[in-house]
Design a binder for this molecule. Structure first.
Ligand code: SF4
Ligand code: SF4
Length: 325
């Protein structure tokens, strides 16, 4: 008798859709996937309703790839539903893993975001100051919208997560590896592991030339210098998140002559990417006078947004508590 097919689900919370596209990128491997699994839920591709998932027996889904952060009450509800219905729940991609780009909203409050989006933006005309309401009565009945939370959260800040597959988006080849390991019943890593990535840093795998004790007098945006294509970005004064970032992507940005932005999250020894980058940069500044040091650091554009670009909600910092008013 044929082995029963696995049941596979894909869901997106606060996400851009790139993770779902990376799942589609399996190309010819799709034949292996559909031979081994049935997709039972995937809002971007299949018309299966939330109620259908809620009606499934607990543990009915073998593997759920949850991409996106938890930003509103709908994301939170589906995180709880899919946790209950899934044997293995994977935080898929940077947003589910560490908060990702949507997590940068934790530098602002909900009120600041709504004010900017609905009142102050250059393209907004809203003299009656209308904002989205979570409940609205119309003659046909009641309309509802999800509640927008003040904080963006990672998936594991809401429910128990079995594995993390990092990246913005994760490399499709790594997803296929993980999927085939589950299909073939290979021994899975311990619960809580980061899969499809390695424990070293990007710098450990980067082929750019590094010198001992290179010091920096000025930092630059990537477009402000002519990259020689072979020297470490940091040594050229361009911020590269390599020292703080987990390897496993194949140093794909650096191979494309762009500095790493940290989408694989912090390496196991870095823990907090901002703290690790501040320490790495602190050892490279060519000055002893405090005023000169501040002047050099001032050339780093948006340090918080750069160091925590993919990881603010999952970092030690988690959010900004400073009101901008
Ligand atoms: S800082 Fe960036 S460019 Fe330099 S060695 Fe590390 S990964 Fe490579
Ligand atoms: S080089 Fe850095 S930013 Fe680029 S894919 Fe790899 S981890 Fe992500």
């Amino acid at each position: 008798m044929d082995k029963p097919k696995l049941k596979l689900a894909v869901y997106w919370g606060a996400a851009c859709g790139g993770c779902c596209v990376s799942v589609l990128d399996v190309h010819e491997k799709l034949f292996d996937v559909v031979a081994a699994a049935d997709l039972v839920f995937w809002p971007i591709a299949l018309d299966i309703k939330y109620a259908d998932v809620e009606a499934m027996p607990d543990g009915n889904i073998d593997l759920t790839l949850f991409n996106g952060a938890v930003r509103n009450s709908e994301n939170e509800h589906m995180a709880h539903v899919l946790r209950k219905k899934s044997k293995i729940l994977v935080a898929y991609g940077s947003c589910a893993h560490m908060g990702g780009i949507p997590g940068l909203a934790n530098f602002s409050s909900k009120e600041e975001i709504f004010r900017r989006a609905y009142f102050d933006s250059e393209s907004t005309l809203n003299p009656e100051k209308v904002t989205p309401q979570t409940k609205w009565d119309v003659k046909e009945g009641k309309l509802t919208l999800p509640v927008f939370y003040n904080d963006v959260r990672t998936l594991d800040q809401v429910v128990d997560v079995d594995y993390y597959l990092p990246g913005c988006p994760p490399q499709t080849e790594r997803l296929v590896d993980v999927f085939m390991a589950i299909v073939t019943g290979a021994e899975l890593p311990p619960k809580g592991s980061v899969v499809g990535a390695r424990d070293k840093t990007q710098c450990d795998e980067c082929n750019r030339k590094k010198s001992e004790n290179k010091l920096i007098k000025k930092f630059y945006r990537p477009w402000e210098i002519y990259d020689d294509g072979e020297t470490c970005f940091l040594e050229q004064g361009v911020i590269c998140m390599g020292p703080a970032t987990r390897s496993g992507c194949g140093v794909r940005c650096i191979e494309g002559n762009a500095p790493c932005r940290g989408c694989y999250g912090p390496s196991p020894e870095a823990k907090d990417p901002g703290a690790k980058m501040m320490s790495a940069i602190g050892t490279m500044i060519d000055a002893k006078d405090p005023e000169e040091i501040i002047e050099i650091i001032d050339h780093i554009e948006d340090p918080a947004g750069t160091f925590y670009r993919f990881s603010l909600p999952g970092s030690i910092l988690r959010r900004s508590l400073i009101k901008k008013d």
